[in-house]
Design a protein around this ligand. Structure first.
Ligand SMILES: [Zn+2]
Length: 86
C-alpha cells in the first residue's frame, strides 16, 4: 500500500475513534445530568412516590411533595433545558 493510502487509512481510523469518544462523552454527560437531579432524592415514599424535601430543613423533617414539584424546585434552568423543559 502506498504511504499516502496508509496515512489516509490511519487518519480515518483516528477520526472514527474520535467520533466514538464524542458519542460516549455525550451519553456520559446525559447520565451525569440525571445523577445531579436524582442526587438527594433518596427519601421516596414507595406507596405514592412522593419525595421528602429536606432542602431547607434537617433530614427527616421536610414535607412530602410530589416528584414533579420536587424536580421543578431542585432543577436549575440549565438542567431543565437538558430535560427538554422550558
Ligand atoms: Zn406516600
Amino acid at each position: 500500500m502506498p504511504k499516502i493510502d496508509r496515512a489516509i487509512t490511519i487518519a480515518m481510523a483516528l477520526h472514527q475513534n474520535l467520533m466514538e469518544v464524542r458519542r460516549l462523552n455525550t451519553n456520559l454527560q446525559k447520565a451525569l445530568d440525571e445523577i445531579k437531579i436524582l442526587k438527594g432524592v433518596l427519601p421516596i415514599c414507595c406507596y405514592c412516590g412522593e419525595i421528602r424535601d429536606n432542602t431547607e430543613v434537617e433530614p427527616g423533617k421536610g414535607p412530602w411533595i410530589r416528584m414533579d414539584e420536587y424536580i421543578n424546585k431542585r432543577t436549575s434552568a440549565d438542567e431543565k433545558s437538558v430535560l427538554g423543559g422550558s
